[in-house]
Ligand binder design. Structure first.
Ligand code: HPA
Length: 275
């Protein structure tokens, strides 16, 4: 058997044993500083990544390393409290393994979230941005012999983020009085933040927000035909004028994400209630 499949199936077996018959309908990936959404999950069953064979452990600031399975918006959800980033030094197979485990557990939708830098001048600290599309500057997680049991060799990417979920989210956000913007997320490797010239470059090629995650997870979900809803929380704004009084700082990013986590949590819960 392909060793990649053995690893995925080994992890799925171990998680299934712990789930006590629960079958999650929606997977959720919680970005930097956004792990608090997991506190809203009722009757939570916590599965630490370190207890799952073959699993990477998240080392990033603001990331715990647990699956949390329970009820949100009346549905059974499986949330990743902490994700794995390529910049941590893990290979792409490790970065996307948790997504493949959630797919193996039968999720029918994937919600992804992240802390991101505002590249567009329309995005400001604390804004929520529905991800309409992405640009990938990370290695593609599907490189290598195709895992035919997961999906096709050349998966379509015409609608990377599900149009009907976007519409639903926009409608519900309006009803709830939560302002949301919509834009393109560009994912690069990090871990260094962008230079002023890079922020300008990203803006010029059509990106609205930038971060160091999400895109590989979305590619793997779309490979398997899973509809995706994505949201960025804008935690800092692009400073591309060589100002002398500004620095990007990881702790500030986590603080800003924490401050917006409640808004995002309420919206995610409401969307999940309606799907
Ligand atoms: N750049 C890259 N990743 C990020 C940023 C940023 O400005 N903010 C939060 N994550």
């Amino acid at each position: 058997m392909d060793p990649r499949i053995e690893r995925i199936e080994g992890a799925i077996r171990s998680v299934r044993e712990r789930l006590q018959g629960l079958s999650p309908e929606t997977g959720i990936v919680l970005g930097s500083g956004l792990g608090r959404l997991a506190d809203s999950i009722e009757s939570p069953l916590v599965i630490p990544y370190r207890d799952i064979p073959g699993f990477p452990v998240s080392t990033a600031t603001g990331h715990k390393g647990n699956f949390i399975v329970g009820k949100l918006g009346g549905k059974t959800v499986m949330a990743m409290q902490g994700r794995i980033h390529y910049y941590e030094g893990y290979g792409m197979e490790s970065v996307v393994l948790p997504i493949r485990v959630m797919i193996g557990m039968g999720i029918r939708n994937l919600f992804v979230s992240n802390a991101a830098g505002g590249v567009s001048f329309n995005l400001h600290l604390g804004d929520l941005m529905i991800i309409r599309d992405h640009i990938n500057l990370l290695p593609n997680p599907l490189i290598g012999p195709n895992l035919d049991s997961e999906g096709p060799r050349f998966p379509d990417m015409t609608r990377p983020y599900d149009p009907s979920l976007i519409k639903l989210a926009e409608g519900l956000a309006a009803q709830m009085g939560i302002e949301v913007k919509k834009g393109v997320y560009i994912g690069d490797t990090g871990p260094s933040y962008e230079t002023p010239a890079e922020y300008k470059f990203y803006r010029a090629i059509g990106a609205d927000a930038v971060g160091m995650s999400t895109v590989p997870e979305v590619i793997v979900a779309r490979h398997a035909g899973i509809p995706v809803f994505g949201m960025s929380v804008i935690t800092n704004e692009a400073h591309d004028d060589y100002s002398e009084d500004y620095e990007n700082d990881g702790e500030d990013v986590v603080r800003a994400a924490n401050a917006a986590a409640d808004k995002m949590t309420r919206l995610f819960k409401k969307i999940i209630e309606h799907i």
